[in-house]
Design a protein around this ligand. Structure first.
Ligand code: NAD
Length: 348
């Protein structure tokens, strides 16, 4: 579908993995910003891949999300088609080969800082829901028996936060209000956290925490940070929450730890093989991913489909920042959200 703001477009953007809410927020911002940057959108529900890359032909830019493939070969094909800008509607950029983009002289920008509270509140919601989700199902079935529903207080519990950036800090502020003791592991320390809790090494954090929540990016040093070896340090029966990226945990090791009781409860908003599974209605399909299917059979596991970002406030900020990035690209002005080519690249 083609959507313009009524003026001659300076920028033609192929928007991949475009859900109805993406269209609605981007169209609204396009109408609001028509005097500053003229954008023509071509929306595609399908993710960016080798098969769908021709859909971007004739567009100066693509706008992508967490599961679009923006590897070296896709970037090469985009570049051959004359597409020079890659705009992520998200903070994480593990799906983009930045080195390849740089070599090709492309411009890549993301939305680094939209509403960290959206994701932080969702992470805390997973913690609390793991105390209540079975009661919800029982009551719907007319079963008001409380046996086996014994919970625990958040107050006084130790929560280990892995990655204390924007989201990790927002989680820390919320949990401080619950009366939790806070530990953090992050190679880069910030003063703001020192007032809320203490930094420690990962092994200590895993040994001491009743709840561990992951808020680091997926990079080489964090891939499978939670694995067979690190799980041995985890306090027996601890709760693990991952709203960051699926690849930070070794899913098979986590399944073993659930079977042995080493992990007492698991809340996931992300899954390593979520591409092709999440954001799509598969309710009439036979899901072929046996690891995922095993994961959701556990009564103490809660999985949501990468939706922590999905709030009114976050989507507004994502659309606004994406437009700011478009403007910098078109004008050739410095882009503070650029990952590659943020200074002098222009769309012309
Ligand atoms: P951020 O860049 O502000 O913070 C990340 C923190 O992780 C930084 O403090 C960094 O020093 C730390 N870090 C880096 N390497 C580390 C390591 N090896 N061990 C521990 N910590 C390490 O990012 P943010 O805005 O807080 O977002 C964090 C992540 O959340 C993103 O990378 C993204 O993957 C994920 N996210 C998920 C959703 C969702 O909808 N589920 C939405 C937004 C972001």
């Amino acid at each position: 579908m083609l959507v313009t703001n009524g003026q001659t477009p300076a920028l033609k953007v192929a928007v991949f993995s475009a859900q109805p809410y993406d269209k609605s927020f981007l169209n609204q911002i396009n109408r609001d910003h028509f005097q500053s940057v003229n954008v023509e959108f071509f929306y595609h529900i399908s993710p960016l891949s080798k098969e769908t890359v021709p859909l971007a032909a004739g567009c100066n830019a693509v706008c992508v999300f967490v599961n679009d493939c923006v590897d070296e070969s896709i970037l090469g094909l985009l570049s051959e088609q004359g597409t020079r800008g890659v705009f992520l509607r998200c903070a994480g950029f593990n799906n983009v080969d930045l080195k390849a983009a740089e070599k090709l002289g492309m411009f890549v920008a993301c939305v680094p800082a939209y509403s960290p509270e959206a994701v932080a509140e969702f992470a805390v919601a997973l913690m609390l829901t793991l105390k209540t989700h079975r009661a919800y199902i029982r009551v719907r079935e007319g079963n008001f028996n409380l046996n086996s529903l014994l919970g625990f207080n958040m107050h006084g519990k130790t929560v280990g936060i892995v990655g204390v950036g924007r989201i990790g800090l927002a989680v820390a502020r919320i949990l401080k209000g619950f009366g939790c003791h806070l530990l953090a592991y992050d190679p880069y320390r910030v003063e703001e956290f020192q007032a809320l809790g203490s930094y420690t090494e990962l092994d200590d954090l895993l040994q001491q925490s009743d709840i561990v929540t992951l808020h680091c990016p997926l990079i080489d040093s964090t891939k499978h940070l939670i694995n067979l070896d690190s799980l041995k340090f985890l306090k027996r029966g601890a709760m693990l929450i991952n709203t960051s990226r699926g690849g930070i945990i070794d899913t098979n090791a986590v399944i073993d730890a659930l079977k042995s009781g080493q992990i007492g409860a698991l809340g996931l908003d992300v899954y390593v093989k979520e591409a092709g599974l999440f954001f799509i209605d598969h309710s009439f399909d036979i899901i072929q991913d046996d690891v995922f299917q095993r994961l959701i059979t556990f009564p103490n596991v809660l999985v949501t489909g990468h939706q922590a970002f999905l709030t009114e406030e976050a989507l507004t900020e994502i659309a606004e920042t994406t437009f700011q990035n478009f403007q910098n690209f078109v004008d050739g002005t410095e882009c503070t959200n650029a990952l590659v080519g943020g200074g002098a690249t222009t769309a012309k």
